[in-house]
Write a protein that binds this ligand. Structure first.
Ligand code: AKG
Ligand code: FE2
Length: 366
């Protein structure tokens, strides 16, 4: 996440905890179109569907980190408003996912209430495509929030341009399905997780995959865990912490990328639980930019032409519904507990040099 100075405000991540060693990619190298970095990006997107993106050491990256810190300051201002005020902006799931979700509104695995709250700011609202009403502290920061979203979107476009090349799609294909200029469910989500009492700690946000295309996540304290590929979600040892790194975002792929790539790219199950060690004693704030396709975007695979994405096999059918309908069905199923969520994608591709993906490494925190 943001800079070391921001991390220093919190207890440090304990060194005796196992963590997933996510690939760490350099934003500067991706910007400079370095081929090796592009290949490493593709491999991360297929092997685990998560990677760290290091923004340090280049002016554009440092500017993004500064903006992210401002978003964390706004996050704290939002929750300082308190429950009664925030409930005036409550989200209405079957109608709209923008606004405030209170603690306990959704369930964790054993049907107990969750332990997180969030405020979803609509990208369309910030760019002027639509107009929603937000608490005064968000309204007062509209230009800053919009600037954050614009830069986050440009980073998403950069990642997509590398994935276009890797998947041998026409340049611009992936970004054209999620332009900022068209209405979408894209949100900047400000999350808050109160510290949990010792002796009564549990999952705060249940295991899930993100629905959209890409998520740019900033964490300061731990709590985020990934389900190791090929393991059983009911087994606690299958869930491993991600250690937040100063100057780095945690980037994850969502189900839409799996859908468009016919399973070449991967969306991995993740959840949030209490932070390890002393970090468990402080309130956890987190910031997620969750990108969705434009509402009318097709959800079918991007095969054809030179693309690496396989054509449908005999008897296979592709979806004909658009992104808005697809998301609505998924959200409804999730809320009814009918969604049998699992990690998806990561299928083999028939290319000599690209066929092997490295195993996910678990090691000690640093
Ligand atoms: O707060 C976090 O670290 C993760 C949040 C998340 O997974 C989500 O909002 O989809
Ligand atoms: Fe998520």
């Amino acid at each position: 996440m943001p800079t070391q100075a921001y991390f220093d405000k919190y207890p440090s991540f304990p060194s005796d905890v196992s963590v997933v060693k996510l690939p760490r990619l350099s934003f500067a190298k991706l910007l400079a179109q370095e081929e090796g970095e592009s290949d490493a990006l593709f491999e991360a997107c297929r092997a685990i569907g998560f990677f760290l993106l290091d923004f340090r050491c280049c002016p554009e990256g440092e500017a993004f980190l500064e903006k992210a810190e401002t978003m964390f300051d706004i996050n704290q201002e939002v929750y300082a408003l308190g429950f009664d005020e925030l409930m005036q902006y409550a989200y209405r799931p079957s109608h709209s996912l923008f606004g405030y979700k209170c603690i306990g509104d959704s369930k964790i695995e054993d049907n107990k209430p969750d332990r997180h709250e969030f405020y979803n700011i609509s990208q369309d609202d910030m760019t002027g495509i639509s107009k929603l009403s937000n608490p005064p502290c968000i309204e007062a920061h509209r230009p800053g929030v919009k600037a954050y979203i614009e830069q986050a979107y440009s980073i998403v476009s950069l990642i997509c341009s590398h994935l276009d090349t890797q998947l041998r799609l026409t340049p611009g294909t992936l970004a054209s399905l999620q332009p900022m200029s068209l209405s979408s469910g894209t949100a900047l989500r400000m999350l808050r997780y109160p510290s949990q009492p010792v002796g009564d700690r549990r999952t705060s946000l249940r295991g899930h995959t993100d629905l959209g295309t890409l998520t740019i996540l900033f964490n300061i304290t731990g709590g985020l865990q990934l389900l190791l590929p090929g393991t059983d979600p009911r087994d606690e040892s299958s869930w491993v912490y991600v250690q937040p790194v100063p100057g780095c975002a945690i980037v994850g792929l969502g189900d839409t990328m799996v859908q468009w790539s016919a399973g070449i790219l991967r969306s991995n199950m993740h959840r949030v639980t209490f932070a390890p060690g002393e970090q468990g004693e402080v309130t956890r704030y987190s910031l997620a930019y969750l990108v969705r396709p434009y509402s009318e975007a097709p959800m079918k695979r991007l095969s054809g032409g030179n693309s690496l994405i396989p054509e449908l096999e005999e008897g296979e059918e592709d979806t004909t519904i658009n992104a808005r309908e697809w998301e609505a069905r998924r959200v409804a199923a999730l809320r009814k507990g009918q969604d049998n969520t699992r990690s998806k994608g990561g299928r083999e591709i028939k290319l000599e040099d690209k066929n092997k993906v490295s195993a996910v490494i678990v090691g000690r925190a640093e």
